[in-house]
Design a protein around this ligand. Structure first.
Ligand SMILES: [Fe+2]
Ligand SMILES: [Fe+2]
Length: 136
């Protein structure tokens, strides 16, 4: 099955650890769609994997920001919390509706959910790292 949610080079922030995490998040988002035909249990497993990796990634990013003395750490952390809230609301809906909720609208939601954050907030952090001569 082709990927529903396409990674693109525009999403590279050019900080290796962060880019690797983001690419893995795209793989995990696509797993939801490639496993959907196996039924609700398979979807729940895929969603669970996305949810825990998302939280790990956010924690790693925030730890990197602390080390780098990033002045926008608290605003960025707030955005992460908002994204987790949105993801959890989406999961609740999926639990209620079941496999029928795994559709194009979910793909668009997830793609937008992650890419809009990367393009604004993560790019800003990467720019700060470069400006301050740090690697993250
Ligand atoms: Fe990120
Ligand atoms: Fe972030």
């Amino acid at each position: 099955m082709p990927n529903k949610i396409e990674w693109s080079e525009e999403l590279l922030v050019n900080v290796t650890a962060i880019d690797c995490d983001h690419q893995k998040l795209f793989v995990l988002m696509n797993d939801i769609f490639s496993t959907a035909h196996h039924g609700a249990a398979a979807i729940n497993t895929a969603i669970g994997a996305l949810c825990s990796y998302t939280k790990e990634h956010f924690a790693r990013e925030q730890e990197s920001m602390r080390r780098a003395d990033y002045p926008a750490l608290s605003a960025h952390t707030y955005e992460h919390e908002h994204l987790v809230f949105q993801l959890e609301s989406m999961i609740n809906r999926l639990m209620e509706v079941g496999p029928d909720a795994v559709d194009e609208a979910l793909a668009s939601f997830l793609e937008e959910w992650l890419t809009s954050h990367i393009l604004k907030f993560d790019m800003e952090y990467a720019a700060y790292l470069r400006k301050s001569g740090q690697k993250g």
